[in-house]
Design a protein around this ligand. Structure first.
Ligand code: SF4
Length: 382
């Protein structure tokens, strides 16, 4: 019998310095902290090898933070631990997030030798002024150097993360960033809008940040869509564009409601009909791994997925994809008619050109994608 597929996410919560907008679980490591965390993480991964014995892993994603702060030896230990704890598909997608300025050709070659076949670089902007405002550790040229080093090392699947709506950015400078990225020719581009999150430096400085206005932000989103589509990238999810055959298999699993196990502080899992996440408290996490007492004490959330939640999540996640909800699939899964259930609520969004609803699917238009959170919270009542 064919084994069920599973994804693995591993969180590395360390960065060289903290970017002004970042509310991810990451910090500058203290001396010796990476080794201690890595040890805890590997104990955690090994502990789940039995629970995942009946699954085959087809995607692995090491994210952060900046996973490439691990040196070659540490990364080798981690990747070997993943390989010996789980059964990996031969051509599993194996991604590592990297920050420009933390990698060179030798390091990248070593990653390739460990079976890592996809690199995701955080660029955010090709303007040095904007990069400085964000608090990034690299310049535009350093990014280009890291990108070229990844190509020279042999990586054939590279993602570049970009942001719009950042301090000092204009429609012109964003267009220049897109052109810069296109010239490098990555297989995948992610484009996120800046959100000012509580607890960040940007939040404290929010009144004085020189941010582009709402209209310019929308222009940038539209520009990303038209420019990247014209360059041969498919806009397959709200924030993601890929060359044919290079959509992120790991990220698709989140939107297609497929199983994954997360390891490390603040990592999320969806497994055996439960969603849960670990605490972001490093000390509590490491102590529990070193001296196991009560795993549930290091969960920050845990919920069983009942039919009602599953249906809501299904609509919410599928609608993130440009292909949207396939009406026959929805009917087969939930035994209901999508148009009957949501048609009335969707009417004004269809009339306004935000949503397309025909006999086959329901999906956002580009205009609708931009305000998808608002529309989804309206139709799903949350
Ligand atoms: S590199 Fe990424 S994870 Fe680290 S501080 Fe900056 S945005 Fe946050």
């Amino acid at each position: 019998m064919e084994k069920e597929k599973l994804g693995i996410y591993v969180h590395i919560p360390f960065c060289k310095s903290k970017c002004g907008y970042c509310d991810f679980c990451s910090h500058v490591p203290a001396k010796g902290e990476i080794d201690r965390y890595l040890n805890a993480l590997m104990l955690h991964i090994q502990d789940f090898s039995g629970a995942a014995a009946n699954y085959i892993v087809d995607t692995v994603y090491i994210g952060g933070g900046t996973p490439t702060l691990l040196d070659k030896k540490q990364m080798k230990l981690l990747t070997e631990c993943i390989r010996t704890s789980f059964k990996l598909e031969k051509d599993a997608e194996f991604t590592v997030e990297a920050n420009p300025g933390t990698v060179d050709k030798g390091y990248l070659r070593a990653l390739l030798g460990m079976g890592i076949n996809r690199i995701s670089f955080g660029l955010q902007s090709a303007s040095d002024r904007e990069l400085r405002a964000l608090g990034r550790i690299h310049t535009r040229d350093e990014f280009a150097e890291s990108f070229k080093a990844a190509r020279a090392a042999g990586f054939c699947n590279i993602n570049v993360d970009l942001m719009y709506g950042i301090p000092y950015q204009s429609a012109e400078s964003f267009a220049e960033t897109l052109a810069f990225v296109k010239a490098l020719d990555p297989e995948h581009v992610s484009v996120y809008g800046l959100k000012i999150e509580e607890g960040t430096r940007f939040y404290r400085e929010r009144e004085s940040l020189p941010l582009p206005d709402e209209e310019t932000e929308y222009k940038m989103y539209r520009k990303a869509h038209s420019f990247l589509e014209a360059a041969g990238y498919k806009h397959y999810e709200i924030s993601n564009f890929a060359r044919p055959g290079f959509a992120s298999r790991h990220n698709l699993r989140y939107w297609l409601d497929e199983k994954y196990l997360g390891f490390g502080v603040a990592a999320h899992s969806y497994f055996k009909n439960q969603r849960y996440a670990y605490v972001s408290d490093m000390e509590a996490y490491m102590l529990e791994m070193e001296h196991p007492q009560n795993m549930s004490a290091i969960l920050s959330e845990c919920s069983d997925i009942d039919v009602f939640t599953k249906e809501t999540e299904y609509v919410m996640l599928r609608m993130r994809l440009f292909d949207g909800v396939l009406l026959h699939e929805y009917r087969n899964t939930f035994g209901k008619d999508f148009a009957k259930k949501y048609g009335e609520k969707l009417r004004r969004y269809v009339d306004g050109g935000f949503v397309k609803l025909d006999g086959v699917r329901c999906a956002f238009t580009v205009k609708g994608m931009y305000v998808s959170n608002y529309i989804l919270s309206d139709i799903l009542d949350f």
